[in-house]
Design a protein. Structure first.
Length: 306
């Protein structure tokens, strides 16, 4: 698989895990909320009703308070066991409220059993909420661990496939720029397609090296040809220079007439400043350079300082 596809796939998996983690957390918390709500709505209200009925019996048979609490318990039946118990309490309540000790004892026993039914339901709801919370914690931990592992893999791929080649390319280019024309990137031996950057750079550097060698050879051949042509001018001293006043070539007669490097520099400087040395004929070239021809016995006059 190409490096770009590997990195794209790794980043996509990492983003998917990061997106899945909060979604899973929201889903699990959403499932825990009904369990907590069930404890409050289905069981806590019934427990309050049971406590109020017991308090009404203890308060010399407060029939009105007992009836209101019994009605709340009857309207909030959530367990099948509660049906028979609520009916039994409704049937014995009048006698219990009138002071019948046996009926009162039976009602108290039924109310206690009704409370135990609701407490058992609350414990089951609590166990369910605990299981959901534990499952959510493990799910978050597993997703976080998977995200961490994928991050390590993606980071290693980025470092080996992207950062390392770029660093190596920068080092090679710096060496070539510093004068090491033979410095190259290490060959890609891991897998096809993973070292294209290094291979392409090596190819470009090889082409540049060949072109440079060829250019040097051509410059040498051109210079030798130019000198051979100039030396055919046996009657004249001939000097070729550029627009910056640098001497490019001089024939044998010119060397004999000018005598040395200092005279060549003076002649080139005078021509570059637009001066016309006596007895010398200067022809401008299209490239900005010039050709100066002078008699074989004439020495140029150095340029006057202004």
């Amino acid at each position: 698989m190409p490096s770009s596809s590997e990195l794209r796939l790794g980043v996509l998996v990492l983003l998917s895990l990061q997106l899945l983690t909060p979604l899973a957390g929201i889903s699990l918390l959403g499932r825990m909320s009904p369990a907590v709500e069930r404890i409050l709505e289905e069981n806590a209200y019934s427990m309050e009703a049971v406590e109020e009925m017991l308090a009404a019996l203890a308060a010399s048979g407060d029939a009105e308070a007992f009836g209101e609490a019994l009605e709340r318990a009857r309207s909030n039946i959530t367990e099948t066991e509660e049906v028979a118990l609520v009916r039994a309490v409704s049937a014995r309540a009048p006698l219990a409220l009138e002071g019948d000790d046996e009926a009162r004892a039976e009602v108290v026993s039924d109310l206690r059993e009704l409370g135990e039914v609701n407490r058992a339901s609350m414990r089951r709801a609590d166990d369910q909420a605990r299981r959901l919370g534990l499952a959510g914690a493990w799910a978050m931990a597993l997703l976080g661990f998977a995200s961490f592992i994928v991050s390590l893999v993606v980071n290693r791929r980025i470092e080996s496939r992207l950062i390392a080649p770029v660093v190596e390319v920068d080092a090679v280019l710096a060496s070539v720029r510093g004068g090491d024309a033979f410095r190259r990137c290490s060959p890609a031996e891991d897998a096809p397609g993973r070292g294209r950057l290094r291979d392409n750079l090596n190819w470009l550097l090889d082409q540049h090296h060949r072109a440079t060698e060829h250019s040097v050879q051509e410059d040498g051949m051109l210079r030798a040809t130019l000198l051979a042509i100039l030396d055919q001018e046996a009657k004249y001293a001939v000097v070729v220079g550029d627009a910056d006043g640098e001497v490019l070539a001089v024939n044998q007669v010119g060397l004999g007439v000018l005598g040395g490097h200092a005279s060549l520099v003076d002649l080139a400087a005078a021509i570059a400043k637009g001066g016309q040395p006596p007895e010398w004929e200067v022809t401008s070239l299209a490239s900005g350079g010039w050709i100066a021809r002078g008699p074989s016995a004439v020495v140029p006059t150095p340029p006057q300082e202004t």
